[in-house]
Design a binder for this molecule. Structure first.
Ligand SMILES: [Zn+2]
Length: 115
């Protein structure tokens, strides 16, 4: 499933819960989705780096004129990231890795070493 399709599925589940069981259904559907989310960040703690100003999972930022050249993407580790949710609700080693990666990228940018 592509990431762009996901919000519609979530909204459909919430609307269905509301239509069938009213506000109670909405709350139950929300709780169910939260449990599914916590299970998901434990099972799949990583994502490809995509979105605005991303490297689209390549880990490379291409030059505009000399397009065969690149520098390392400052926003990820070789195109992969630990999910925000996994960094906050995931297993301890993943949470440590998340904080360590953030700190390492921050330090590398500060010292201009990520290139
Ligand atoms: Zn990246």
């Amino acid at each position: 499933m592509r990431k762009e399709q996901l919000p519609w599925v979530l909204i459909a589940i919430l609307v269905l819960g509301y239509l069938v069981f009213n506000v109670v259904g909405l709350v139950l559907a929300g709780l169910g989705l939260f449990v599914a989310y916590v299970a998901s960040v434990r099972l799949h703690p990583r994502v490809r780096h995509t979105g605005w100003r991303s490297c689209n999972g390549s880990g490379e930022k291409r030059g505009t004129i000399f397009t065969w050249s690149f520098h390392k993407c400052p926003g990820c580790n070789s195109g992969r990231r630990v999910r925000w949710g996994a960094g906050h609700f995931g297993p301890d080693p993943i949470q440590r890795e998340y904080r360590r990666n953030l700190e390492a990228r921050r330090r590398a940018k500060q010292d201009s070493k990520w290139r």
